[in-house]
Design a protein around this ligand. Structure first.
Ligand code: BES
Ligand code: MN
Ligand code: ZN
Length: 503
């Protein structure tokens, strides 16, 4: 990971050194501290604002050299508009935007979280602001060996960002829990950004195994064990690869070992590289398929988050790790595999491999656990990108309560999901001439028929499938994400748990 700024909290007070960040509203620009700085510089700050026609509008910035009379180096003024209308998510995004403006920023910066009335936003907002600053500072530059000479790479946010805010102890406390979620998101980004030569199924499994340091129980199954369990659908996808498949089960027992409470269960697609197999993909853009384990990365990052913040929940995270390669041993179109559930699948297209991996993983979690719900995440279809672009993940669910909890968590965190339909008319499209089902459903509604395929493996349990092909990677750069891999889903699912399933 990159050098990330160290975030800390202190009481609301006038900054004396380095860069000062002030908030400005649309009424009077500043609160008492901003006003005092302006006075100490004989009104130079407000003159600069006037000259630049800066009016404190939301998302507007004014960046000035600190005027004479102040010991500061630089003053960055962030417009917040009508501060009372800002939601927690807005503070999160503002933290990211501010850190972005601080690139090239010297040693230390102090953010004065002061509104025009002299008060600060609440503790959660202040903590979210800080988390946004950390998330937006992430760069995956491990392989940029010449970075020191490269000017672009010198543009780094400051090493330290101090948040000066009213109620700083409460903000610090909220931040500690939140930082676990941030680190989970960054872990997911790292996994997705990492190239497939470095991160094969076993390498990924080892990174998941490292969560045992946080108290997560991690079990890694190899191919022999999977054969015993009859995970033939998952194994078929990996059989063309030189690298053995892995299956990882992560358990966080936040309610204690003796707790009998049904666990919440998360399942992730972990195709470390998807060539398409014998139904090989075109060359253009194939490099992006190193990110075809975005679902598994999210589940791993989420388990990190839950354990690191000691969430009061029993949670299970399961990931199927395979590489989809063309080879003399690879599966062929027309092959029929018997999945762990006993259902047979005619493999029409070896590039529709994710659903085969998930099929056995979904069967496994229902046989081994009694899930309170199952959420699976997968970079499953190009079709979901055609439907929703890169802004919303596709959500398919058999349960209205779970679906609305997910929608609400999406709106709260900015990791948004859009519900898509499931219906028997679509299900018919994957009936096969030779087996119980086929793994593709024809030209139209590809994200839906993929979800219908998964639903054939779901028994009587609340379930949601998130197709994150458009959001886990190559998604739009936001104020809190400047990376190709977004870490999508960690904040969303942490929030789902925190708001509905903890305690
Ligand atoms: N991993 C891909 C889906 C994907 C596409 C993820 C673009 C991220 C970006 C998946 O395994 C796949 O190849 N799906 C096929 C399914 C088709 C063969 C029915 C697709 O979407 O074209
Ligand atoms: Mn594929
Ligand atoms: Zn794939």
């Amino acid at each position: 990971m990159t050098d990330l700024p160290k975030l800390s909290f202190q009481k609301l007070a006038e900054p004396k050194k380095g860069i000062a960040i002030l908030l400005a509203g649309e009424g009077p620009l500043f609160g008492p501290i901003g006003q005092a700085l302006d006075d100490a510089s004989s009104g130079a700050i407000s003159r600069a604002a006037k000259a630049a026609a800066f009016q404190g509008k939301a998302k507007s910035f004014l960046d000035i050299l600190a005027p004479a009379g102040l010991d500061l180096d630089r003053i960055l003024i962030a417009g917040v508009g009508d501060a009372g209308a800002l939601k927690d998510l807005d503070w999160h995004l503002l933290g990211g935007a501010v850190a972005g403006k601080l690139a090239n920023g010297g040693a230390a910066a102090t953010v004065v979280l002061e509104l025009a009335d002299g008060g600060s936003p609440g503790a959660d907002a202040a903590a979210l602001f800080a988390a946004g600053a950390k998330l937006s500072s992430y760069r995956f530059d491990r392989y940029k060996k010449k970075k020191k000479e490269d000017d672009e790479q010198k543009k780094k946010p400051p090493q330290r960002i101090v948040i000066a805010t009213e109620g700083h102890s409460a903000a610090r406390k909220a931040y500690t829990a939140l930082d676990a979620v941030t680190d989970g998101t960054l872990l997911a980004r790292d996994l997705v950004n990492e190239p497939a030569n470095v991160l094969g199924p076993d390498d990924f499994a080892k990174r998941a195994k490292a969560l045992d340091k946080l108290g997560v129980e991690v079990k890694v199954l190899g191919e022999k064990e999977m054969q015993k369990l009859k995970m033939n659908a998952l194994l078929a996808v990996g059989q063309g690869s030189e690298r053995e498949s892995r299956f990882v089960v992560m358990r966080w027992n936040g309610l204690g070992k003796s707790s009998k409470k049904d666990p919440v269960v998360f399942v992730g697609k972990g195709v470390v590289f998807d060539t398409g197999g014998i139904s090989i993909k075109p060359a253009a853009g194939m490099e992006d398929m190193k990110g075809d384990m975005g679902g598994a990365a999210c589940v791993t990052g989420l388990m990190h988050a839950l354990a690191a913040r000691k969430a009061r929940v029993n949670a299970v995270g399961v990931i199927g790790l395979v590489e989809n390669m063309p080879d003399g041993k690879a599966q062929r179109p027309g092959d029929i595999v018997t999945s762990m559930s006993g259902q047979t699948v005619e493999v029409i297209n070896t590039d529709a491999e994710g659903r085969l991996v998930l099929a056995d993983a979904l069967t496994y979690v229902q046989q081994k656990f009694k899930p309170a719900f199952i959420v699976d995440l997968a970079t499953l279809t190009g079709a979901i990108i055609v439907a929703l672009g890169n802004e919303y993940a596709g959500m398919f669910s058999n349960d209205d309560t779970l679906a609305s909890q997910l929608s609400a968590a999406g709106e709260a965190t900015g990791e948004k999901v859009w519900r898509m339909p499931l219906a028997k008319e679509y299900d018919k499209l994957i009936d096969s001439r030779f087996a119980d089902m086929k793994n593709v459903g024809g030209r139209w509604g590809g994200a839906i028929t993929a979800a219908q395929f998964l639903q054939r493996y779901i028994e009587d349990v609340p379930w949601a499938h998130l197709d994150v092909a458009g959001t886990a990677m190559g998604s739009p750069q936001t104020d809190v994400n400047k990376s190709w891999a977004s870490g999508f889903g960690v904040r969303l699912l942490d929030r789902l748990v925190a708001d509905n399933y903890e305690g």
